[in-house]
Design a protein around this ligand. Structure first.
Ligand code: GLY
Length: 428
């Protein structure tokens, strides 16, 4: 099969690497791709949020399957256009992607289908939102309804901060995404991501993973796209895992009963509360960096799985997992998630990758005209290690990290450290 993957992050490098292992793959293209995908296929320049441009490229290049990584193209309707051109798309249509593209749509769906989540109120009027804040207590969460590149969520520890967040959402900085604002219950407990393949009828869960959203050690500092991750998650009980799967099944059934043909990855972002897992958010795609620990553990052919998902034959598929644990540490540009310098030469990736069980996924990297590999984004590399135990995977990941450098590189040294201390670490 000739396969086009849309996106250019660590997630897409991990997807491309897994697709490259399949005997069914004859050619791989990645738009825009990065300094890692370029060694596995052809990086192409394409406006990935323009559905017609993607469909035209796929038709001209005889693509058999388009895999849509990020949320932007999903919400824009790329899967719809690709399917209309008679080409298989992996990823939901625009109607399904609203689950991520509109938080109020997701909250409404959850409320109607009895899916456990925190309370939530949506506002299109600033004065009404501020008035509501007089009635609730902090901590409280303020969210822009639409896609805001991870910047539209404020966990306010006091009402003053919540009021500021409401005013900021309505001041236009998030464009259309901020014209509706949600005020939501603050849920307390460990976070856990559960990704599942679904063809709208069958739901095949993947292994749980736990991301680290904050920029600095001990979960301090601003929110980021994710600074490190591991899978499976040792602190998740069997009962919690079973409940999360039930919630994913309920969600897929709810989408189907609402007439939405949802095929692709359903990503449940959960909080493991004292009352059981509750949904924090849904995403309509693979997680980043969750994919960089989940796919290396997948013992199977990703092309088979994606094609079966797109063709509504997921009941034919049984997922198998390698017994190893996986830990991934994100290496970021100094200053991320704010301003940072680009173009710094990166060294040590070959030495790191030579360690047993280690794969270095590229995110914000590029190869310059003189052949140097440089940083080109905030999150630059994901150093993933597999190991026979959680601690050995973690040790290997950090051993590999120590071999890589560029001026101003930064990373968290405590990925997985809290989980090593057990569930009580979340009560401290
Ligand atoms: N890891 C968070 C996300 O993919 O949205």
């Amino acid at each position: 099969m000739r396969i086009l993957v849309l996106g250019g992050g660590g997630r897409e490098h991990a997807i491309v690497a897994k697709l490259a292992q399949s005997p069914r793959t004859s050619a791989l293209f990645c738009a825009p791709g990065n300094g890692g995908t370029v060694f596995l296929g052809e990086n192409v320049s394409l406006d990935i949020e323009d559905p017609q441009a993607v469909a035209a490229y796929a038709t001209e290049h005889a693509i058999d399957l388009v895999v849509i990584g990020p949320e932007g193209p999903l919400v824009a309707g790329v899967a719809d256009a690709v399917e209309a051109a008679g080409i298989l798309a992996f990823g939901p249509t625009a109607a399904g992607a609203r689950l991520e593209g509109s938080k109020s749509f997701a909250k409404d769906l959850m409320a109607r289908h009895g899916i456990p989540a925190g309370f939530s109120e949506a506002f299109t009027d600033e004065a009404a939102a501020l008035e509501y804040l007089d009635e609730v207590a902090a901590p409280i969460v303020v969210k822009a309804d639409g896609l805001a590149a991870g910047k539209g969520v404020t966990v306010a520890m006091d009402i003053h901060t919540a009021r500021e967040a409401v005013t900021e959402c309505f001041d236009g900085r998030f464009g259309e995404a901020g014209t509706t604002v949600l005020i939501e219950e603050f849920l307390s407990g460990p976070e856990c991501s559960l990704l599942a393949f679904t063809d709208g009828e069958t739901v095949v869960p993947m292994a749980p993973a736990q991301d680290h959203k904050r920029a600095y050690e001990n979960d301090k500092g601003p929110n980021t796209g994710g600074m490190g991750v591991y899978s499976p998650v040792p602190i998740v009980t069997d009962t919690e895992y079973a409940t999360m799967i039930e919630i994913m099944e309920l969600t897929a059934a709810g989408l189907a009963s609402d007439g939405i043909d949802y095929r692709g990855v359903l990503y449940g972002g959960f909080i493991l509360t004292d009352e059981g897992p509750k949904v924090l958010e849904f995403n309509a795609r693979f997680g980043d960096p969750e994919t960089q620990v989940v796919l290396p553990r997948l013992d199977g052919d990703l092309v088979d799985i994606m094609v079966a998902t797109a063709e509504r034959r997921l009941s034919d598929i049984e997922l198998k997992w390698k017994p190893e644990w996986a830990v991934s540490v994100v290496l970021a540009s100094g200053g991320y998630p704010n301003e940072y310098e680009k173009g710094r030469v990166i060294t040590g990736i070959e030495e790191a990758s030579a360690l047993p069980g280690v794969t270095v996924y590229h995110a914000g990297t590029k190869v310059t005209d003189d052949g140097s590999l440089v940083n080109a984004g905030g999150r630059v590399l994901n150093v993933t290690a597999l190991g026979d135990s959680f601690s050995s995977a973690r040790d290997r990941a950090y051993e590999a990290v120590a071999k890589i450098e560029w001026d101003d590189m930064f990373f968290r040294t405590d990925i997985g450290a809290k989980a090593m201390r057990g569930r009580d670490a979340w009560k401290a």
